[in-house]
Design a protein around this ligand. Structure first.
Ligand code: NAG
Ligand code: NAG
Ligand code: NAG
Ligand code: NAG
Ligand code: NAG
Ligand code: NAG
Ligand code: NAG
Length: 600
């Protein structure tokens, strides 16, 4: 992390194209360098005009806070090739000639709401990633059916996990005698560019390495590098990510559209929540467009909570949790990841180094190349980097991400339970129709104590968040069947491990808290369906461990959650002055810090 910070600073000044080795390079686009600021502004302009076009969210057009971009972040993405769309002052823009509503819409009668979970004989599965291409090299071995897209950890596009993947042999459709009465959906944003923080082996690291090498030449499998440019932006959704959220919105409307009937009956609108961060707002709007279609106006209310340091936000909880961001406390994964990468990529390093002269490759560079495979694919559809690695090396990559998330954001991080508890308090409030009594974690009283911004008793809730938060919530709920292999070893992959980030927190991951009413019991039931896999609730105190469909009575579930809320000391975990020994000296598998002195 510190090692390449220096390199970064060098390239931060202005991005240099990779010129040295490209005598015959002909580019379709002039080699200009744009600042990231331009892209973000262009994106904002695009979003603005789109919003205007749908003539909904009018108020947003004057209040898109992220569109005032601090020039300080310019160029940090390291892009050596950047395009600038839309043009800042198009000469043929005549908004008055292109009104968004000219009337004459024709007849618009609506039909019945779809209710696929109730009406179809089975539940539709989500496979593949339209528009993305997997490497030719891995495709040829048709016998093994290896799907590279499922081995990118949190960078995998979400897919329906195999039936029984989490240990309950049931589908998401309601069991016989039960019907769905409500849904609390927690989902992640779609595919994005790399984030701005320079983590171990970040994709820009390899590009920076090339940029700072004096003279280099690549051959063999690496020959493509001679013409290669770094094309990735930062933080925002990719076009594919946009589609993922639109599709998720369509799919949820198909399955659960009937839940809207409750809103019509009670003359209310659903409130969906997301955060101010660009990709979060963009994800939520794309979801809404899939779910409701344009125009969004009058169909629902979108709450945008502030995602920034110092703001209480259950969907971005690390912003008020300094211990959670501390590399000796809550975010302690890097040494584990580094150790594992040194092992599984040694062979690749030895294979690739002879194919490039003039640049000394490190194992971290090679890891960065694997990251580039995933990031280029989800951003531009195909990546030559994917061809460089074997199936085993992709299994290794997948596991490196698991180590990262286990020790930074899930069962192996001492701040995870505290980070997840805010959402759990909100879930409890919604399940019991009881406002939160005390704001002592990441909940925001201004929003959560107001029934307009935090309504209780709705049949449908949709919250957009991050991969880390989904894992925080899984940990805080004590869904410990995912933790059975912990603490995760950094020298080998546990056989048939239960903790797979690609299953738990891929792009557009979706966690359904499904509420059901069953003929055979008075109690309403709840179950958790994660990427179409039913999650066993036996570890949630009091829930039956052997329920064939993963059901738990709501009162029992709520009681267990209440117990967890009572036992979780957010202040101590996030602000307390505690220390833990390095590495395996602190082996939590429940996401907890050392006990506070007050409790010992
Ligand atoms: C994959 O198969 C195609 C068609 O048989 C062949 O042209 C190509 O070279 C093969 N690719 C690899 C990497 O083996
Ligand atoms: C709570 O949310 C409101 C509305 O977004 C915001 O103005 C306020 O600063 C937040 N309070 C805290 C403590 O984060
Ligand atoms: C924000 O969180 C802190 C810590 O839990 C709490 O003391 C404070 O009251 C919260 N503020 C609001 C507006 O909810
Ligand atoms: C939704 O409406 C139906 C029909 O009126 C009712 O049975 C059900 O309890 C309602 N559910 C919620 C969560 O309000
Ligand atoms: C969490 O799950 C484990 C394993 O099932 C169990 O031993 C423990 O009591 C649970 N903890 C809580 C707080 O429910
Ligand atoms: C935090 O508040 C909740 C009620 O919202 C309460 O149950 C819990 O005990 C409190 N936690 C601590 C550590 O005081
Ligand atoms: C933590 O777990 C690792 C791996 O299972 C083990 O080697 C180590 O001894 C454990 N450390 C402690 C303090 O229990």
């Amino acid at each position: 992390m510190t090692g390449h910070e220096e390199q970064k600073n060098v390239t931060d000044l202005e991005q240099q194209p990779l010129i040295d080795n490209q005598p015959t390079h002909i580019s379709l686009f002039p080699r200009r360098t744009y600042a990231l600021r331009h892209i973000v502004l262009a994106y904002c302009a695009g979003l603005l005009s789109a919003l205007l076009y749908w003539s909904s969210f009018r108020s947003y057009s004057t209040a898109l806070p992220f569109c005032s971009v601090d020039p300080v972040i310019a160029g940090r993405a390291g892009s050596t090739e950047v395009h600038n769309y839309p043009p800042p002052s198009p000469t043929n823009a005549f908004p008055s000639l292109f009104p968004s509503n000219v009337g004459y819409a024709g007849p618009t009668p609506t039909g019945a709401e779809p209710a696929l979970v109730a009406t179809a004989p089975s539940y539709p599965i989500h496979t593949g990633a339209p528009h993305l291409l997997s490497p030719e090299a891995l495709k040829n071995d048709t016998k093994r059916k290896f799907d590279i897209f499922r081995h990118w950890g949190n960078l995998s596009p979400w897919f329906t996990v195999d039936r029984g993947a989490f240990g309950v042999d049931a589908g998401p459709e309601p069991p016989a005698g039960c019907r769905v009465t409500g849904l609390h959906l927690l989902h992640r944003h779609g595919a994005r560019y790399p984030t701005g923080s320079s983590s171990y082996g970040a994709p820009a690291l390899f590009s920076d390495g090339l940029n700072s090498a004096e003279r280099w030449r690549a051959s063999g499998q690496l020959e493509f590098l001679n013409d290669w440019t770094y094309k990735l932006g930062e933080e925002i959704l990719t076009p594919f990510g946009r589609q993922q959220l639109f599709d998720l919105g369509v799919s949820m409307r198909m399955k659960y559209g009937f839940l809207l009937q409750n809103f019509t009956e009670t003359s209310t609108l659903p409130v969906f929540r997301t955060e101010s961060q660009d990709r979060m707002l963009s994800s939520a709007l794309n979801f809404a467009l899939g779910f409701f279609g344009p125009s969004l106006e009058g169909q629902y209310q979108q709450l945008i909570t502030i995602e920034a340091h110092g703001f209480n936000n259950t969907l971005a909880p690390s912003k008020t949790c300094p211990n959670g961001r501390d590399h000796t406390k809550g975010e302690r994964a890097t040494p584990f990841v580094r150790e594992w990468v040194e092992i599984y990529l040694q062979g690749a390093l030895e294979r690739l180094q002879p194919q490039i002269t003039g640049m000394q490759l490190s194992v971290e560079h090679v890891y960065s190349m694997q990251q580039l495979c995933a990031y280029e694919t989800i951003a531009i559809g195909y990546s030559k980097f994917c061809e460089l690695f074997t199936e085993d090396e992709w299994h290794g990559f997948d596991y490196s991400v698991d180590l990262n998330f286990w020790y930074n954001h899930a069962f192996g991080s001492p701040t995870t339970r505290a980070l997840g508890i805010g959402y759990i308090q909100e879930l409890l409030a919604r399940l019991t129709h009881t406002p939160i009594s005390l704001h002592n974690s990441t909940t925001n009283a201004t929003l959560d104590d107001n029934s307009a911004t935090f309504p209780l008793g709705q049949s449908l809730y949709v919250d957009a968040t991050h991969d880390t938060v989904v894992l925080n919530v899984i940990t805080a709920l004590n869904l410990s069947n995912f933790a059975v292999d912990g603490p995760l070893p950094s020298d080998h992959i546990p056989k048939n491990r239960a903790f797979k980030t690609s299953h738990l927190a891929p792009f557009a991951t979706n966690m359904q808290f499904q509420l059901l009413s069953c003929d055979y019991t008075h109690d309403p039931q709840i179950r958790i369906i994660l990427n179409d896999g039913v999650v066993p609730l036996g570890s949630v105190h009091g829930c039956p461990g052997d329920e064939p469909h993963g059901l738990c009575p709501v009162p029992i579930f709520a009681n267990a959650v209440r117990g967890t809320v009572g036992k979780t000391d957010w202040t101590w975990a996030c602000l307390g002055d505690w220390e833990i020994p390095e590495g395996h000296g602190w082996n939590t598998t429940t996401g907890e810090p050392p006990l506070s002195p007050a409790r010992t």
